[in-house]
Design a protein around this ligand. Structure first.
Ligand SMILES: [Zn+2]
Length: 216
């Protein structure tokens, strides 16, 4: 694991400390990295003085899972220039994604582990938004794919308050059937999120008649 020793002043008690902030992990070598990202412990800062804890993210973090052929670049700043990492052609079968926070990184890992296309999951979440939105879910961005439940018959979506919404997997299957995807361009980093899905859904919205007005 590549890390960067980073000085940190505790915002609560002003004690000086340092933390080895992870910059790059490869799950083949860094066995605990995946679980540390899911639990948050990989980026956790604990103050020995007062017990204050916080999440410390580097400006850029690269997650590589050779078994899943998944590489995710976490860039809190969302700076597109920083993720323009050129990869050799041997990475042509990798899914390359850019995310802006740890939760989205976790989601990408869980989607890949569950065998889904993240594009389908984002489209599904955008569709679900309208059916479960009782003021509880303000935007599809706040729902995160959390795996499959009930012997894979349900899709779990987690909400910011920790609530899990379980929906029939048949609904996700319907989205998959309704939205055939083009194959990705190899070696291309993509940001697949709720904004991406909203654009795709809008493109497919039922066309309204545009013939009300005569142009003659
Ligand atoms: Zn402290």
């Amino acid at each position: 694991m590549d890390t960067q020793k980073t000085p940190i002043t505790c915002p609560q008690c002003s004690r000086s400390a340092s933390m080895k902030v992870p910059l790059k992990v490869n799950t083949r070598r860094d066995r605990g990295a995946r679980d540390g990202i899911l639990s948050g412990s990989l980026f956790a800062f604990f103050c020995d003085g007062c017990g204050y804890s916080a999440e410390v993210l580097p400006r850029g973090f690269l997650y590589q899972d050779p078994a899943l052929r998944l590489m995710v670049y976490l860039s809190p700043s969302g700076d597109p220039a920083t993720h323009n990492i050129q990869l050799p052609t041997s990475f042509g079968d990798y899914r390359l994604r850019v995310v802006s926070d740890r939760v989205r990184l976790v989601e990408q890992i869980l989607i890949r582990e569950s065998g889904f296309e993240d594009r389908h999951v984002m489209l599904f979440k955008a569709q679900v938004k309208s059916t479960v939105d009782h003021g509880q879910v303000s935007a599809p961005a706040s729902m995160v794919f959390a795996g499959l439940l009930g012997e894979a018959s349900e899709v779990a979506l987690s909400l910011p308050d920790g609530t899990i919404v379980a929906l029939p997997k048949a609904h996700l299957d319907a989205t998959i059937a309704a939205y055939p995807l083009q194959s990705e361009i190899p070696l291309t980093w993509m940001r697949i999120d709720s904004a991406w899905a909203e654009v795709r859904l809008a493109e497919r919205a039922p066309a309204r008649s545009g013939t009300w007005w005569s142009r003659e």
